[in-house]
Each structure stands twice: as C-alpha cells, then as structure tokens.
Design a protein around this ligand. Structure first.
Ligand SMILES: [Zn+2]
Length: 332
C-alpha cells in the first residue's frame, strides 16, 4: 500500500516537472545570477591593480602578523600546557558542573575516557564536592602537592597560558586592523573574508588557547546517569591555584617567600612600571599600538632567578624570543 502512494507521488511530480519546467528553470537561473555576478566581481577585485598595490603596501604588516602566528603556534605546541600530574584514583565559580546523563546510554568501556590522564572517574559525591571546592579536589585527585616545586610549575603554566592568550588576542586585533586599513568593498568582507585574508597573505592564526582541563566524572553502573565537573586552567583558575598552594605551604613564611607570586596582577604591574616599553629595544605601545609585550625573568628561573620585581622586566615578543633562543642555544 505505501508503495502505491510513493508511485503516485512520483508520477505526480514527473507530470508537474513536464508541465512547469520552464518556470522552475527560470527561477533557478534568477537565484543563481547574483551569486555568479558576485563571484565574477570578486575575481576581478583580487586581480585588480588597486588590490595588488595595497597588498604590497602592507606586506610588512602582514609579515609581522605571520611571525607572531608562527610564534603562537610554537607556544601552543611547546608541551608546557600541562601539569605533571595524572589521575589516580569555596571556589565554585572556577569549576563547571554538568549533568551528562543520556537516556538509554550504554557505557562503552573500551572507548570511555579512561586512558585520558586528565579524567578522574569517581563517585557522584566526589563529582559534586569537586564542583564546590575545585582547587582542593584538583590538588587531591591529580596529585598536585603543596610544594615549592609544584607552585613553580603552576606559575610556569600560568606564564605560558597568559603569553599564548595575549598572542592570540594580539593576532585577532591585527587581523581586524588589516581588514580595516585595507578597506576592501563591503561584499568582500561579508562573503569572502577568509579568502580575502588568504589573498592578502595573512596566515590565519590559532584562534583558541588550549586550556588544560581536569575532569571528575561519574557514570552510574547501568550507565544511564552521568555527571561531570570540569576544572579549566585558565588564568583566573591558575592564579587562584597559585594563591591556594602558597597558603598551603605557608609560602609567605618560607625563605622563598621573599619572592612575589607570579600572577596576572604581578605581570600587569611590571608592564605598568615599565610604561609598556620594551626594556631591551625601547619600543613601546605608543610607537606601535599592537605591540605584543611579555614579562621576562632577567635571570631565568632555570638559573635560579626569582620572581622578585627587581628580576622582572617588560620585553617585546621579538626581544623575548631572541633571548630565549639564545638561552636554548637555537637559531631564531
Ligand atoms: Zn624589544
């Protein structure tokens, strides 16, 4: 019976096409014309003298952008974006709690996230406690011990994350500035933004920072109920963790407590103190609004340098990269 209906419908459709195909064709052509015209206009624009002249004018701006994109990619893949811990067994806004249950869920023991070192599979109670007290549970279940070494590792992670965050924000500001300065016809930016950037030669940058995530997961025995708490190590969480660990190890009373804690607040205060000026080449944000500045340890931590305000300085990303390449003995 259903087959009959389908056959009748098909016959009906075919007869409609036979009768009205000229109208359908005209409609399709009418709809396609604006797109074809736009495509031709775009092709003409990208090969126009105006476009090519402007492109060569801003070549150095684009080159600088692409250098920073390469730098950001190197930072991203430097492997520094993780704490050394693996799972073994009052700051509620730092964690996100989700009910990840699905109806008729079937737990697949082979595919589940067990192999992932940043996932702790635990009881529902632990998932809930972790949401309420994320730093305590993060330290407890991912073995971040209250030691001077762990504190330094967390501070180190904070520096990498903030450098990457700033580089990514810097790149998107530069991309915006390139588009504004170039000022192509509106339809280009509206319909062909990606292609415009590629034609100008902009190497589109990583747009996200891969923040380390630590998860507490509960899946009921039957698999129907699942809940998860995620602690994302963004700058805010890392700074809170730095404060938490330093309190735990009574850092302020220790000998090393003479140094400052390396947090976003301290980094900003160094930039303000140095008047947003590179202490090496003297370039500043007044000279170059999109200048990417970083805070550097004059004597590196690896050589016993402390995070004291006297040992910290503002460097532009170029000078900082040159300095770390020299320290590592690699070519820039
Ligand atoms: Zn510099």
């Amino acid at each position: 019976m259903p087959y009959l209906i389908v056959i009748v419908l098909i016959i009906l459709l075919i007869s409609l096409i036979i009768t009205y195909w000229p109208i359908a064709l005209a409609l399709a052509v009418a709809l396609a014309i604006p797109r074809v015209v736009r495509y031709i206009r775009k092709r003409r624009y990208f090969s126009s003298d105006l476009f090519l002249a402007h492109k060569s004018e801003i070549a150095s701006v684009v080159a600088e952008h692409n250098d920073i994109a390469t730098y950001a990619r190197a930072l991203r893949s430097s492997g520094g974006l993780m704490l050394g811990a693996t799972a073994t067994g009052a700051q509620a806004h730092l964690a996100s709690f989700e009910n990840t249950s699905h109806h008729n869920y079937r737990r697949d023991r082979n595919v589940a996230a067990y192999a992932d070192g940043n996932v702790h599979n635990c009881s529902l109670q632990v998932v809930r406690n972790a949401a309420a007290d994320p730093l305590k549970y993060l330290c407890k279940y991912f073995e971040i011990k209250p030691t001077e070494a762990a504190l330094e590792a967390v501070e180190d992670l904070g520096e990498t994350v903030s450098r990457l965050e700033e580089a990514v924000n810097n790149l998107s500001a530069r991309e915006q500035a390139i588009a504004t300065d170039f000022n192509p016809p509106a339809f280009i930016l509206k319909h062909y933004r990606q292609e415009f950037m590629a034609q100008v030669g902009v190497d589109l940058a990583p747009i996200t920072v891969p923040y380390p995530e630590y998860r507490f997961e509960y899946v009921s025995a039957g698999g129907n109920s699942a809940q998860r708490t995620t602690v994302t190590l963004n700058t805010e969480t890392i700074d809170a963790l730095v404060e938490y660990l330093s309190t735990k190890i009574k850092f302020l009373k220790s000998a090393a407590g003479q140094r400052a804690l390396m947090t976003a607040t301290l980094r900003n205060s160094i930039k303000v103190r140095d008047n947003f000026t590179c202490q090496q080449c003297a370039i500043s944000t007044t000279d170059e609004p999109h200048l990417l500045l970083e805070v550097d340890h004059i004597l590196p931590v690896s050589r016993g340098g402390l995070s004291t305000v006297e040992n910290l300085q503002t460097l532009c990303w170029r000078c900082n990269r040159t300095k770390s390449n020299k320290l590592l003995g690699t070519q820039p």
